[in-house]
Write a protein that binds this ligand. Structure first.
Ligand SMILES: [Cu+2]
Length: 409
């Protein structure tokens, strides 16, 4: 007998990535030979090394997760649904480092490799994770000739009002990071965007082998680091230096409020979104160079790690206060005076392709990148598409990413 395991309801190997948020899956009998009844009990488990990812299961969209699940599967080929999630605290370190196995009795009847793909603290990545991320990012930019140029062009002075200084700041940047992360995953599906905790020292991030070292002027990289060829706006190199003799390897960003302080800004979105100033703006202006100003910030790949932490803080705040539902007033700031692109129902530039006032004159990059694993947020996301990122309110809203320290359960 043989069964087929469909992760994220797909037979594609590209869809075999899960996070803390439950992924819908299916099992069906593809070869019934040897079966003695019309329905067989199949036990589904995860198998991995102690240092690798781990998964848990449940039979339906709600309920407790367990390390194994027994499913009654008809031998006529009808599929039966179940759910898989990463076991919190056990993210993968390599693609396919967990196997989902199906057994009847002790006989293995089906098996697929999966990855618990999770956004992690950049300071704690394994060397393998670090090197794969840097290689994918460098390839996306391709010395200035690659697809990264669109991301550079999305975050400029002219597009500034689409993404800053109003409530859509957090939803817009969540979509922006997701679009970039999906492009990185098209290059290497094992990559997830890491975050820079700007309220902590990051000795493993600010090295010549990772995001580089500089006391001002051009960032220095080792001769094995592909970021040494980073080029934007026709110029080789990244201009970045810590302001006022700050050492990002040994000190948190001066004046940057801590995570605890950020999460205590208030329980309503209008209060919490004050974090656009501090810690977000303060983290940007601890530096001189590209990352200091909106118009040039996206020229520095560190921008995306800084913003990944901004997004993580929003995710933590959402979980702490139950602020995932766009229909609940406290989850957002639905001020009637919000500019276009900052109301929950508004589509977001540039993915909507709309140009001309009050939108910018061009819409670089086209539609939002799709994912082999999830359907949301679609080609033209709305502000509201960013809120329910774990699909808590509606499972179809799940965006397919999670943070190492933000649980689903
Ligand atoms: Cu920005």
């Amino acid at each position: 007998m043989n069964v087929e395991l469909q992760i994220n309801n797909s037979t594609s190997a590209r869809a075999r990535f899960v996070s803390w948020t439950p992924s819908p899956c299916r099992i069906r009998v593809t070869d019934p030979s040897g079966a003695t009844a019309r329905i067989v009990n199949v036990r589904i488990t995860g198998r991995s090394a102690a240092s690798a990812g781990a998964v848990v299961f449940r039979a339906s969209a709600a309920g407790a997760f367990a390390d194994s699940l027994t499913v009654a599967v008809p031998i006529n080929g009808t599929s039966v649904s179940f759910f898989v999630a990463g076991k919190f605290g056990r993210p993968s370190v390599n693609n396919g480092d967990v196997r989902i196995e199906a057994r009847t009795g002790t006989t293995l009847v089906g098996s697929v490799p999966v990855m618990v793909r999770i956004r992690k603290n950049a300071n704690t990545l394994t060397l393998g994770e670090r090197n794969r991320f840097v290689a994918a990012f460098a390839q996306l930019n391709n010395q200035g000739a690659g697809r990264f140029a669109d991301f550079r062009d999305m975050h400029t002075d002219v597009s500034q009002p689409q993404a800053h200084g109003a409530p859509g700041f957090l939803p817009w940047h969540r979509a922006y990071l997701l679009d970039l992360e999906r492009e990185l995953q098209a290059i290497d599906p094992s990559v997830a965007l890491p975050y820079w905790r700007f309220d902590q020292p990051a000795p493993n991030l600010f090295t010549v082998d990772f995001f580089g070292v500089s006391n001002g002027g051009s960032v220095q990289f080792s001769n094995t680091n592909p970021l040494q060829f980073w080029t934007t706006d026709g110029a080789l190199g990244i201009v970045r230096g810590p302001r006022n003799l700050w050492n990002p390897s040994t000190q948190p960003g001066p004046g940057v409020i801590t995570e605890t302080q950020t999460l205590a800004l208030g329980t309503q979105y209008p209060a919490f979104s004050g974090m656009e100033g501090n810690p977000h703006g303060t983290a940007h202006t601890r530096w001189d160079g590209f990352i200091r100003q909106i118009g040039t910030a996206a020229r520095d790949p560190l921008f995306f790690l800084l913003h990944c932490n901004v997004d993580r803080l929003w995710a933590k705040w959402q979980r702490q206060n139950g602020r995932f539902d766009p229909a609940q007033a406290a989850s957002y700031d639905s001020n009637p005076g919000n500019p276009i692109g900052h109301n929950l129902v508004d589509t977001m530039w540039p993915w909507n392709g709309i140009t001309g006032p009050p939108r910018p004159p061009t819409a670089p990059g086209g539609a939002m990148s799709s994912s082999p694993c999830v359907g949301a947020p679609g080609a033209s996301p709305r502000v509201r598409s960013s809120l329910d990122f774990q699909g808590r309110v509606a499972a179809a809203s799940r965006l397919g990413f999670d943070y190492d320290d933000v649980r689903f359960t």
